[in-house]
Design a protein. Structure first.
Length: 354
């Protein structure tokens, strides 16, 4: 779903033009068509791409994890901020889960709860610093990224011998390798291509979909991102909304860290090292604006899926990592330019109609 808040300086003609051209619906439909078309293309070029267990299962497991990462970035972007520490927050939260399993002997659910609490706490600290000091989120989250990089590495070195927690409680192995094919109702079973770990992504999307689609808090978050001055004049506690957004961002980042650790089987300091680019790609491709005021939960999933399909398909075609990163960087550049292109096109249509 897409949730947006019109800026107060939008003229009636521009609003009418936007109603005549439902861009966000078209964008999500376009992303879906692209994902399907590219999947078919890669399947034709490399039939192994459609192998359910060897290719699609790990692909969808990665998409599930990176969608949660992109949702963490989306929440921060909803208030006009960005979270450059999303990867380190993932590592920070996952570290607490690994510590709970390795040293405290916690069951899987308790470790997950500890992970989410740690992520929400570090996100809240980040949001409090931004709201309290008025310093740009870019600066604060960049500083937090460096701080957590050192802190997490030091704690792993002090608490482990191999820089990783390897104790896995009951349920982790099944969560990593089981698919919906292992869930049957009588003779009917699910698809072997869909991992069970995707349940966390579905829950996160449902929660955010309800938050941004049905609550007053969401409207206040979006107004804070679209126009902070107007939000202040409207009586919205913008400081608390910034704090809430970063708390949610930290919680979702920690969930993604737990999912990534479950996928690899170990809790280590390097979790989240490659989360930065996918977090922006998924959110921005899905329709979330960097300037705040517009988010899309479903679009974030489709944007992440598109990136995952491109990455996996090009990898099977033998494209090197360096070239792959160039392609993904170009995709992000085009996505960042899309909002400006839409504004110019919409403005020209309004001018021609007057």
């Amino acid at each position: 779903m897409t949730t947006s808040l019109s800026r107060p300086d939008t003229v009636p003609e521009e609003r009418a033009a936007s109603h005549r051209m439902p861009f966000w619906v078209n964008q999500r439909l376009g992303l879906l068509v692209l994902v399907i078309a590219l999947s078919v293309l890669f399947g034709v070029l490399r039939p192994a791409f459609l192998d359910e267990r060897l290719v699609l299962f790990p692909l969808l497991r990665d998409v599930a994890t990176l969608t949660v990462v992109a949702l963490a970035q989306m929440v921060a972007l909803s208030v006009g901020h960005m979270n450059l520490a999303v990867g380190r927050m993932a590592a920070f939260g996952a570290m607490f889960a690994g510590l709970g399993y390795d040293r405290l002997g916690l069951p899987m659910q308790a470790g997950l709860l500890l992970c989410l609490t740690a992520g929400a706490a570090i996100g809240a600290v980040t949001g409090w610093l931004i709201a309290r000091t008025g310093v740009s989120s870019f600066v604060v989250t960049l500083a937090m990224d460096f701080a957590l990089l050192g802190l997490v590495s030091l704690l792993y070195s002090a608490l482990t011998e191999d820089a990783a927690f390897t104790t896995r409680p009951s349920g982790i192995g099944e969560l990593r390798s089981y698919s919906l094919a292992d869930i049957c109702v009588g003779p009917i079973c699910g698809s072997p291509a869909v991992p069970q770990i995707a349940q966390f992504t579905v829950l996160a999307m449902l929660g955010l979909g309800f938050l941004y689609g049905c609550t007053r808090i969401a409207r206040e978050l979006l107004l804070t991102g679209a126009n902070p001055a107007a939000a202040e004049l409207s009586g919205i506690p913008t400081g608390r909304r910034v704090l809430l957004a970063h708390t949610l961002s930290g919680l979702l980042a920690a969930l993604a860290g737990f999912m990534a650790a479950t996928g690899t089987g170990t809790f280590r300091a390097s979790i989240g090292d490659d989360f930065m680019l996918p977090s922006f790609l998924g959110a921005v491709l899905g329709g979330t604006l960097l300037t705040g005021g517009v988010v899309s939960v479903l679009g974030t999933l489709l944007g992440t899926a598109l990136v995952g399909v491109i990455r996996k398909g090009l990898d099977l075609l033998g494209v090197g990592l360096e070239s792959l990163n160039i392609y993904l960087g170009c995709v992000l550049l085009l996505a960042l330019s899309a909002d400006r292109i839409r504004s110019v096109v919409s403005y020209r249509k309004v001018v021609r109609s007057t």
